[in-house]
Design a binder for this molecule. Sequence first.
Ligand SMILES: N[C@@H](CCC(=O)N[C@@H](CS)C(=O)NCC(=O)O)C(=O)O
Length: 215
Amino acid sequence: MGGTKVTDNLPLKFYHAPNSRSGGVRVLLEELGAAYDVHGISLARQDQLKPEFLAVNPLGKVPAIVHGNSLVTEQVAIYIYLADYFSEAGLAPGLHDPQRGPYLRWLAYYGSCFEPAIVDHAQKREPGTRGMSPYGTYEGVIDTLEAALKAGPFLLGEKFSAADVLWGGALKWTMGFKIVPERPVFVSYMERVTSRPAALRVSELDAALATTLSA
Ligand SMILES: N[C@@H](CCC(=O)N[C@@H](CS)C(=O)NCC(=O)O)C(=O)O
């Protein structure tokens, strides 16, 4: 959906820093064909720690969206919210669709297992005792993800969903930083997702935004 944007009566403001975790949300907005206004955040300038943004997200983290009067922070919540709200794009299985459970599972897996595991791994921190860890072991998290992606072409099989937008982008940056091994399953999946027109469009839009923010 590169052309006409889906609008409703509610303005959608998107707090976004190029080359950060918020990039995936921009790809999702483009995949959904949603109309949105970008509020650019320069992490280099530490805009995320300025009072204006801390009033939006006290944690000083992007992404965040304000849709009408609804504030949504946290990537996974934003993906669920947007894909359901703009459901006509078909990127979220409906409430009674048998794929709804696996869809939510893999979105939640990102925030509650993958992120803590890769951050501990990158910082060379021990996960602690198994019973206290939210994910078990780093290897277990990576192997389980690989098994889920193996059949392909997407997480839910033939159906492309918002969960793929999240995971395609996440694997791109985590493999780029060598936090996640470049296994063939991950590489081909990541390339399949990040070569879609919406992702390519965001690369161009974000390059322009990064230039503006650094001026
Ligand atoms: N819990 C947040 C974390 C998002 C996050 O880590 N954002 C990074 C961008 S890559 C950030 O805003 N960093 C700025 C900072 O820590 O100062 C989510 O899931 O959305």
